[in-house]
Design a protein around this ligand. Structure first.
Ligand code: BTN
Length: 240
């Protein structure tokens, strides 16, 4: 098992930002957690509201990513999602919405923001995970779209226990990935929220088939089957 150095904060702007700012002096597999984030970051420049009760943490990858090609970085997001989903499936039933949301029914329980620090090659990678554990009410834009584990199982969960379970599972998935194992794609497809759902690409309706061997979303469009990367697709009636 990798050795994780865990740094805990009560409050911090963002665990991702902390690792991006300090990656040079920190060792690989440093994990930063915070009870609250005052400037939590979501995908596509969105805010990630980070009230007390949930798990917010980021993992730093450095040397091990040197050999990874740019397009493989998105696979690490899939692996992180897979690790979280496998752990949460011991508590409730959840699926993964490509590329990186963990869902319970049609509601999102966890979001992942993977950020690379790179010039011509990747120097470091930060995997940020926000998991709704013990918060019971959500307000604003996410009111009807977010869910916590407590909403489902009606009791608090120990954040430290869940963190260590996720790190252990991430360890297993990442080790296999670094050895070139593509099993995560098959596992991701089995747990995929998007199977057979409809999506839109530039206004055209397509049917989602599966995640392909490169971690791209394979869809059936009018002009045939094609693989697309995240950002190119809008999903019907779902929260991305
Ligand atoms: C998303 O679904 O938009 C991704 C959300 C990622 C949130 C986590 S919380 C811990 C880490 N620090 C951040 O500022 N963001 C990520």
């Amino acid at each position: 098992m990798y050795h994780y150095d865990i740094i805990k904060f009560k409050t911090i702007p963002s665990t991702n930002t902390y690792l991006k700012d300090n990656y040079q002096k920190l060792s690989e597999f440093t994990v930063v957690t915070s009870d609250i984030q005052s400037n939590g970051k979501g995908r596509m420049g969105r805010e990630w509201k980070s009230d007390t009760g949930n798990l917010y943490f980021s993992i730093l990858l450095k040397n091990s990513v040197n050999k990874i090609k740019h397009n493989t970085v998105s696979s690490i997001t899939l692996i992180a999602g897979l690790a979280v989903t496998k752990v949460l499936n011991q508590y409730t039933s959840c699926t993964i919405k490509w590329p990186n949301d963990v869902m319970v029914g049609n509601k999102k329980i966890c979001g992942i923001l993977c950020e690379a620090i790179s010039n011509d090659k990747i120097k470091a990678l930060v995997i940020g995970i926000g998991l709704n554990l013990n918060q019971t009410t959500f307000t604003g834009a996410i009111e009807s779209k977010a869910v916590s584990l407590k909403n489902i199982i009606n009791k608090d969960t120990d954040k430290t226990k869940i963190l260590s379970e996720i790190l252990k599972q991430f360890d297993v998935e990442y080790m296999k990935f670094c050895q070139g194992d593509k099993e995560y794609i098959r596992e991701f497809n089995k747990l995929s929220y998007l199977n057979r759902k409809k999506a839109y690409i530039k206004g055209e309706e397509v049917e989602i088939l599966e995640i392909d061997d490169n971690g791209l979303l394979k869809v059936k469009a009018k002009k045939g089957i094609m693989s697309i990367s995240s950002g190119e697709v809008t999903l019907e009636d779902t929260y991305i």
